[in-house]
Design a protein around this ligand. Structure first.
Ligand SMILES: C[S@@+](CC[C@H](N)C(=O)[O-])C[C@H]1O[C@@H](n2cnc3c(N)ncnc32)[C@H](O)[C@@H]1O
Length: 221
């Protein structure tokens, strides 16, 4: 990808999520459609797969408006540490308001996940839900996740796919809508790239194959 197309794609991310960040209840409402009514179940399954314990240190990449924060905060408890990272200032503002309402002490950092400029490292677990498919330089973002994870720590990616089987007739419409309104790029083979970087991946399909949760463990290379 050329530098120009990366810049254009980041501009699109900024524009699209500036809207959703200003209307977080609308974003929450569309969750029901995207997850086919199973948002809570799938989000909590993804966080369970991180294997977090009380007091652990967790990072959420492309955390958006904080839809996964209840599960992360529940997993690490008050003695834990959570960092939410996102490119959209407006999504992070919505996430901060959610934290204030719920009394969660979650650090937020704004930036491009391809660089992931943060001072912390050695995370026990890293999560990204519907984030990697929207990040222009997603391969670099996965590399950075590997860098800041501790050995035996887990990277859990939960993301969406197009329909297979008879429902694939809906795919052109889904591609059009989610590309325009969510900067979604369906063409990325995320589990394959995780395997290349980590040397291991276990992936589970959910919701008629329209969702997957992929887990990689950081091992000595
Ligand atoms: C579909 S939303 C998912 C938000 C949240 N993870 C969730 O589960 O609801 C995609 C998010 O990816 C973020 N994003 C896209 N490109 C990014 C980048 N290069 N670096 C960091 N965040 C990015 C967007 O700002 C947006 O908040």
């Amino acid at each position: 990808m050329t530098k120009d197309s990366q810049t254009d794609k980041l501009k699109k991310v900024k524009k699209v999520y500036s809207f959703w960040g200003r209307f977080p209840s609308l974003y929450s409402a569309q969750d029901a459609i995207t997850f086919l009514g199973r948002a809570k179940t799938i989000r909590s399954q993804a966080i369970q797969k991180m294997g977090l314990k009380r007091g652990d240190k967790a990072l959420e990449v492309a955390c958006g408006s904080g839809r996964n924060f209840p599960y992360l905060a529940g997993a690490v408890g008050k003695g834990g540490f959570i960092l939410g990272f996102d490119y959209s200032r407006e999504m992070l503002d919505a996430a901060k308001r959610l934290c204030k309402q719920n009394g969660w002490n979650i650090k937020s950092v704004q930036g491009d996940a391809a660089q992931l400029q943060i001072t912390e490292n050695n995370f026990d677990g890293i999560l990204s839900v519907l984030g990697i498919s929207a990040i222009p330089e997603w391969e670099k973002a996965l590399e950075r996740c590997h860098d800041v994870l501790r050995y035996e720590g887990k990277l859990v990616i939960c993301d969406a796919r197009l329909f297979t089987g008879f429902l694939k007739i809906l795919n052109p419409l889904i591609r059009l809508i989610y590309s325009k309104f969510a900067a979604w790029d369906h063409s990325k083979n995320i589990p394959e790239k995780m395997k290349e970087i980590f040397g291991n991946v276990e992936a589970e399909n959910l919701n008629l194959g329209t969702f997957f949760i992929a887990v990689s463990v950081k091992r000595e290379r």
